[in-house]
Design a protein around this ligand. Structure first.
Ligand code: ATP
Length: 301
């Protein structure tokens, strides 16, 4: 009988997920591939966030039983701090984001937000507390207003405008003949990578989460747009606990704390200057990137 109800459960889950405004994360988390194995504990309370600190405590995890990805990962993000996760490709950085949203549960160990184990609270309250700016933002074939307010049906126009102002996309919208009612997407106005990114930032701002997860937010942009978006992100992440998953080290050099992840463990941590002095993996990655950037600018001349 359970087999019979599983597809129904799944449908309900997909519906709830979409209602919670998670579709914009589909790209990053490959939601469709995510097995339906995480359920709310019976009578689970809502997460209550007063001081949005974040702790990974000795977390072990793998997607397949015979291949462990995280090997006792531990790190802490104090409330309000800006922490960056860096490390070689395949180290487990995106996996950390998926566990934080509880798309999977750890094999062992705990993930705490403001002292509460995320396995013991409702998924809806957990996901409401975290905003994400993914690297490739997905827009719906609908108006700009719809795209910014997505998932928050009752947002009024003033709030949408404010979010657009804070994400620095308002000057662009204001000049459009139909303003917020402009259709975007395949049949409508095509937006640049930077503009899409700003719509995603406005969407996140309207959600007003205490915790922000930035997934390499600027990887697909030219360097001037990247600088401008970074400045906006710096402003909007003020006062919020922020975790940035980064590849381009130059974008996270001013993080309060950098955790270097290798083979599913934190192998170094500190701020940029401390890590350079330590002369380990981070320093290697930094020096390699400097060389690559120099080669690129030489090739461009
Ligand atoms: P990158 O910087 O290249 O994005 P990453 O540090 O974010 O890498 P993850 O995406 O977390 O790395 O992947 C860590 C490991 O987990 C990789 O070896 C990857 O192949 C594996 N992995 C990721 N997603 C899945 C999945 N859905 N099923 C099975 N294995 C997966």
């Amino acid at each position: 009988l359970q087999q019979l109800f599983r597809p129904l459960d799944m449908l309900g889950w997909v519906y709830r997920t979409i209602r919670q405004g998670l579709v914009d994360m589909a790209e990053m988390f490959k939601l469709i591939d995510t097995p339906v194995e995480v359920t709310d504990a019976p009578g689970a309370p809502a997460l209550v966030v007063r001081r949005p600190s974040l702790v990974f405590d000795n977390v072990h995890f793998g997607y397949d039983p015979d291949r462990k990805i995280l090997h006792g990962l531990s790190f802490e993000v104090p409330a309000g701090a800006h922490v960056a996760l860096v490390g070689p490709s395949g180290a487990g950085k995106s996996t950390i984001g998926r566990l934080l949203f509880r798309f999977y549960d750890p094999w062992s160990g705990r993930i705490l937000i403001d002292g509460q184990d995320i396995a013991g609270v409702t998924q809806a309250s957990l996901r409401a507390a975290i905003g994400i700016v993914p690297q490739d933002s997905v827009l719906f074939n609908d108006t700009l207003a719809y795209n910014i307010a997505y998932g928050r049906e009752h947002a009024d126009e003033a709030a949408i405008e404010q979010a657009a102002r804070d994400a620095a996309i308002w000057p662009f919208i204001e000049k459009l003949p139909k303003g917020l009612e402009t259709e975007v997407g395949e049949r409508g106005l095509k937006l640049s990578g930077g503009e899409k990114q700003r719509v995603a930032i406005a969407r996140t701002l309207l959600k007003n989460p205490p915790i922000l997860l930035l997934d390499e937010a600027t990887s697909a942009l030219d360097s001037q747009t990247e600088e401008e978006i970074l400045a906006t992100l710096r402003r909007v992440s003020e006062g919020r606990t922020t975790v940035a998953i980064a590849h381009r080290l130059s974008t996270i050099a001013d993080a309060d704390l950098i955790h270097v992840i290798q083979d599913g463990m934190v192998v170094e941590h500190g701020n940029h200057a401390q890590l350079l002095r330590h002369d380990g993996l981070y320093a290697d990655m930094w020096n390699r990137q400097l060389r690559e950037d120099a080669d690129l600018s030489e090739a461009a001349q």
